[in-house]
Design a protein around this ligand. Structure first.
Ligand SMILES: Cc1cc2nc3c(=O)[nH]c(=O)nc-3n(C[C@H](O)[C@H](O)[C@H](O)COP(=O)(O)O)c2cc1C
Length: 359
């Protein structure tokens, strides 16, 4: 119930971002994370893919890469948590330093490169909690990546899907991290089609109806042709959702700080471009495939804007690193107020409200 974050924040900000992240994970593992005391406002409740979400605000992939603190994060009040990206074999990722703060912009640049304890560890963590009768409500997604040295990329996703499909609520094929050479080329039309068909088979051989839902996480750095191709393949193959978006390799004008560092930019400067790409997908899909909006969310108003631009669910990460649990709680409170002020009875009613002709 007690939120220690305001007390430890000055310490965390004095440390390197990766050390601060490691300490936060340790605190959560030790049970020092806060528990949200009151239930969520009912206006925030939503259903998607036959799953119940007490609120639409999730933690994006990359915070809990090894699925070690999923329940602590749900207890804190996240509506859902996406663990990963996980790679089949353990791998160290890129040399440090590999995460940089652009403090003035509440942004980060990272080139982690899929540091992962590997699939065996990850699967055990999910399996341990999945069978618990008293398991916390709150969907958990498993986000899959590939090892740096794997040449047949599709095989890594197939191995990942087979291993964790039974222990998660949704699966994500991450083809959008900028820090694994060749990864984003899997967003191309033919490559994506082959990848998705094979992962779809792998997730649920013999299970009827097929489960868990399969989502694709895309980059924000896409041309209109790229977006058209991804939409076509997603509809053709029948994926269950898209996550828009990962970090950007672009460097918007006017940024100060370690802008020249290689890697993906996240946080406030990503809000406008990622929301524009979200709207582009939503306009083409018109509700045929649900979208998760992510990139730069740092307030209830930002979350509301993602929803009005076509997101059925919202995720964030970077603002959480700067703002802690208190920010999650204020995002939810403010989102509920904004929905009510505009006369919406639920999140679902507001999805796509800013898009012309959206159903
Ligand atoms: C340090 C760091 C590590 C990340 N690792 C992953 C990852 O492993 N897999 C993934 O799909 N996205 C990863 N992301 C991207 C986030 O999930 C999210 O898409 C992106 O940061 C934009 O959201 P934000 O502006 O709220 O942070 C990472 C982001 C950061 C900052």
């Amino acid at each position: 119930v007690i939120d220690l974050y305001p007390l430890v924040r000055p310490l965390l900000m004095a440390l390197s971002p990766e050390t601060a992240h490691g300490l936060s994970l340790l605190g959560l593992k030790l049970g020092l994370g806060p528990t949200q005391s009151e239930p969520d406002d009912p206006v925030l409740a939503t259903r998607l893919w036959d799953l119940s979400f007490a609120n639409p605000i999730g933690l994006a992939a990359g915070f809990d890469k090894d699925a070690e603190v999923v329940d602590a994060l749900l207890r804190m009040g996240f509506g859902f948590v996406e663990a990963g990206s996980v790679t089949p074999q353990p791998q160290p990722g890129n040399p440090r330093p590999r995460m940089f703060r652009l403090r003035a912009h509440r942004a980060l640049i990272n080139r982690m490169g899929f540091n992962s304890k590997g699939l065996a560890h990850y699967r055990l963590r999910l399996e341990d909690r999945f069978g618990q009768p008293g398991r916390l409500a709150g969907p958990v997604g498993a986000n899959l990546g590939k090892n740096k040295l794997t040449e047949a990329a599709v095989d890594d996703y197939v191995v990942g899907a087979r291993a964790v499909a039974a222990f998660c609520d949704y699966l994500v094929v991450n083809v959008s991290s900028p820090n694994t050479p060749g990864l984003r080329a899997l967003q191309g039309r033919a490559e994506l089609r082959e990848l998705l068909v094979r992962v779809q088979q792998a997730r649920s051989s013999g299970v009827n109806p097929p489960r868990p839902p399969l989502l694709v996480k895309v980059a924000p750095d896409l041309s209109t042709d790229d977006i058209d191709d991804i939409v076509a393949v997603a509809l053709e193959v029948g994926v269950d959702g898209l996550i828009v978006s990962n970090t950007t390799i672009a460097r918007p004008e006017g940024l100060s700080g370690p802008v020249q560092q290689a890697g993906g930019l996240s946080g406030a400067p990503l809000m406008d471009p990622a929301t524009a790409v979200l709207a582009a997908f939503a306009t083409r899909l018109r509700g045929q495939i649900p979208l998760i909006g992510v990139g730069g969310v740092a307030s209830g108003a930002d979350a509301y804007r993602k929803i009005r631009n076509g997101a059925s669910l919202v995720q964030f990460y970077t603002a959480f690193a700067y703002g802690g649990p208190g920010l999650l709680w204020s995002i939810k409170r403010d989102l509920a107020t904004l929905l009510r002020a505009d006369g919406f009875a639920s999140v679902a009613d507001a999805v796509g409200a800013d898009l012309p002709g959206f159903a």
